[in-house]
Design a binder for this molecule. Structure first.
Ligand SMILES: CC(C)(COP(=O)(O)OP(=O)(O)OC[C@H]1O[C@@H](n2cnc3c(N)ncnc32)[C@H](O)[C@@H]1OP(=O)(O)O)[C@@H](O)C(=O)NCCC(=O)NCCS
Length: 379
């Protein structure tokens, strides 16, 4: 039976390396994030989602011609089959993340290479999914309101098209740029819970649609993708900046957690946060609602003592207010995260396939000692 003394448990696999990656480097102590060797601070607001996706998926920055070709492929793959639209109609009352999970699962039936696990086919499928996922999210957004989906644009950028499909209005260049930065910041992030889930699924030699469907399920939880939605709920409850300090005190005194703070890997500030912090500041001024930036600033000040324990602001702290100020409903906040993350899930699944191994850790048994079965009449 269990030899308790010989076993070291790594609950949550915290601090455990289970494989190698060439995609994303994270230094949690320094608060540093690199995509394929490029610092996130050099990409955010300078590169765009199309270029960053190419970088993640192919390993190098594209030339002008390579980027134009990649962009054309993304634009050409934005439509989704009418059968999947029908499925979205059938499940329209479910949470948008559940609808997205169901629709991505269904998309495999219409993908010409769904069962081909070669790196080349998986990359092509990943490019198609990168284009299709925004269409699914926004089609559902309209369908659940009894409206017709807005067909995707054939010309707008990935970020601008996403916002355009919400209501048929083209976003301003500034709004599209902020959305684009948000997608760049979310494109990959090492072995987070959803990428690990995707890798575990790929480890069985299941295909990309299986892995992404499972990844979406993992992302939907509030400890992972759900935080941006919860931050906005918190900001609305706080209402005014002067209430923030007391709100945070009461929350922590009751054993609660301040959403948008803390991270399994970062012990310094999440490097992605600074790019969205500036975005919130500008956007809340532009929209004539500076109080939202004020509320977030006051929450940050109230949480400052927690910095000593390595609990700092994370990327989700600012994202929610940006979406809110752009008129995006709260329950689309996590799907937006998924829209940005498809390239990351794709490359991690490809890496997993390229030197695949079944992911199968152990559980320490802590149940009863071996005992005799009793017939039901003797119990
Ligand atoms: C992300 C998260 C799950 C990581 O947690 P973790 O690495 O497993 O760390 P733990 O849950 O073990 O927390 C360690 C300690 O920090 C505290 N802590 C962590 N995050 C906290 C937060 N957001 N607010 C207050 N306290 C927090 C815990 O209460 C715990 O304290 P204790 O040791 O006194 O019990 C956690 O920080 C969290 O729940 N954050 C809020 C949700 C969020 O923003 N998620 C998005 C992540 S990008």
């Amino acid at each position: 039976m269990a030899t308790t003394e010989d076993i070291t448990l790594h609950r949550g696999l915290s601090g455990v390396y289970f494989d190698r990656t060439e995609t994303t480097f994270i230094d949690g102590k320094e608060g540093k994030l690199l995509y394929r060797g490029y610092n996130i601070h050099d990409l955010a607001g300078v590169s765009n989602f199309e270029e960053t996706s190419y970088l993640l998926m192919y390993g190098e920055l594209p030339t002008g011609a390579q980027l134009a070709d990649f962009d054309a492929r993304l634009k050409a793959n934005r439509n989704i089959p009418s059968e999947v639209m029908g499925i979205i109609h059938a499940v329209k009352d479910d949470h948008p993340m559940s609808v997205l999970r169901t629709a991505v699962s269904a998309m495999s039936a219409f993908d010409p290479e769904s069962e081909d696990n070669s790196s080349e086919a998986t990359l092509r499928k990943g490019i198609r999914l990168t284009s299709q996922v925004p269409t699914i999210v926004m089609a559902h957004h309209n369908i659940r309101q009894g409206k017709e989906p807005v067909p995707p644009s054939e010309t707008l950028s990935h970020a601008a098209n996403f916002l355009y499909m919400m209501d048929g209005e083209e976003p301003t260049p500034e709004t599209a740029a902020l959305m684009d930065t948000d997608f760049v910041l979310h494109a990959d992030h090492g072995s987070n819970a959803s990428a690990f889930t995707a890798r575990a699924v790929a480890g069985t030699n299941a295909d990309l649609h299986d892995a992404v469907t499972a990844g979406i399920g993992a992302l939907s939880g509030p400890s992972h993708g759900g935080a941006a939605e919860n931050v906005m709920t918190m900001a609305l409850e706080i209402g005014e900046a002067e209430n923030a300090e007391q709100y945070v005190k009461d929350l922590l005194a009751g054993g609660g957690r301040v959403m948008g703070f803390g991270h399994r890997v970062y012990r310094a500030e999440d490097p992605r946060a600074r790019h969205l912090r500036e975005g919130v500041r500008k956007l809340s001024e532009e929209k004539g609602e500076p109080k939202w930036y004020g509320i977030l600033e006051s929450v940050q000040n109230a949480m400052a003592p927690y910095g000593r324990r390595g609990i700092h602001v994370n990327v989700d702290f600012f994202a929610g207010v940006i979406y809110y100020l752009n008129g995006i409903p709260h329950d689309l906040f996590v799907p937006i995260f998924a829209v940005g993350r498809i390239p990351g899930w794709t490359v991690q699944v490809i890496e997993q396939f390229e030197h695949n191994i079944l992911i199968r850790p152990l559980l320490q048994y802590a149940g009863p000692e071996e005992r005799s079965y009793k017939p039901i009449t003797d119990r």
